[in-house]
Design a protein around this ligand. Structure first.
Ligand code: GLN
Length: 285
């Protein structure tokens, strides 16, 4: 039986009906099999598929039907205009996180030392290094698997990033930075099992952060000042409804605390400068 692109997409859409964006995913997966951009495929919908292409498409549909994330199947995701390799070793770079990257970039000057804490796939560290080539970027993560993926991404994108493995600041004792950026785990433990099926397939280590989701912010608020130069900047991504609580956690060690929205208009970033104790220690000027 002869199948065209159009036939295959119709069948796939029906098969993926439980998946949130079935038609779009069906298109991305078929374009991936054909090795052409999705738009090129769509202008030639009467193209006939070979048996091998049909078999390859079937295999990918089976994975997507099981709710494996689209980006793990396609193997890449764009972040800040760069293509990052994605697989189950790390969280998939999110569009929302570009707001965090933009905010951090505002503070990075030539020669600055920048730290991406909990780097995962390396997206933030690598994008910052590519966009601020004179910065010296370090990326850390507790997961050796995530760091292996981040290293592959740095190499593929030609980014000079130094990597460190360990729990938060533990591999960075005695080191200071001008800018610390972090998208730490921030989902409350109690939501485990209730998230979108695709998110549940990402590493739990990258997602969950104690009863209220704030465990990592508590530790970062306490530990980051010692790792920042005077007036150093801390930029954090926060989960839904967490911005106010995170800003409050930063009050002791930081000033100029700002909450910024992502492009969907949701509070997504908390940005703050390390407090200068000597300048004013609580007494009015
Ligand atoms: N933004 C991710 C999500 O909502 C969570 C990432 C994180 O915990 N840092 O699925």
């Amino acid at each position: 039986m002869i199948l065209t692109v159009l036939d295959a997409l119709r069948a796939a859409e029906a098969r993926l009906r439980a998946v949130p964006e079935a038609r779009l995913d069906a298109e991305y997966l078929l374009a991936h099999v054909l090795g052409v951009p999705r738009m090129n495929m769509l202008v030639d919908k009467r193209r006939e598929l070979t048996d091998a292409q049909i078999r390859a498409y079937e295999a990918l549909l089976l994975r997507r039907e099981s709710r494996e994330p689209l980006q793990y199947i396609l193997g890449s995701q764009s972040f800040m205009g760069f293509s990052f390799k994605t697989d189950s070793r790390a969280l998939i770079p999110r569009f929302d996180t570009e707001a965090l990257c933009e905010e951090a970039l505002r503070f990075v000057r030539p020669g600055d030392r920048v730290l991406d804490l909990c780097t995962g796939s390396g997206a933030l560290a690598i994008a910052i290094q590519k966009l601020r080539p004179a910065a010296r970027v370090t990326a850390s993560d507790i997961s050796p698997d995530a760091l292996a993926l981040a290293r592959e991404n740095a190499q593929a994108l030609g980014a000079q990033v130094r990597f460190a493995q360990g729990d938060l600041f533990s591999p960075l004792s005695g080191e200071q930075f001008h800018v610390i950026v972090s998208n730490p785990p921030y989902i409350p433990e109690g939501l485990r099992g209730t998230l979108q099926a695709e998110v549940e397939r990402e590493p739990a280590l990258a997602l969950f952060a104690g009863g209220d989701g704030l465990d990592f912010y508590r530790r970062i608020a306490l530990e980051a000042p010692a790792h920042l130069f005077p007036r150093g900047r801390l930029c954090l991504e926060v989960g839904d409804g967490e911005a106010g609580a995170v800003a409050a956690l930063l009050k002791d060690g930081f000033e100029q605390i700002a909450i910024l929205n992502d492009l969907s208009g949701l509070p997504r970033v908390v940005s703050a400068a390390k407090k200068e104790e000597s300048a004013h220690d609580g007494s009015p000027v």
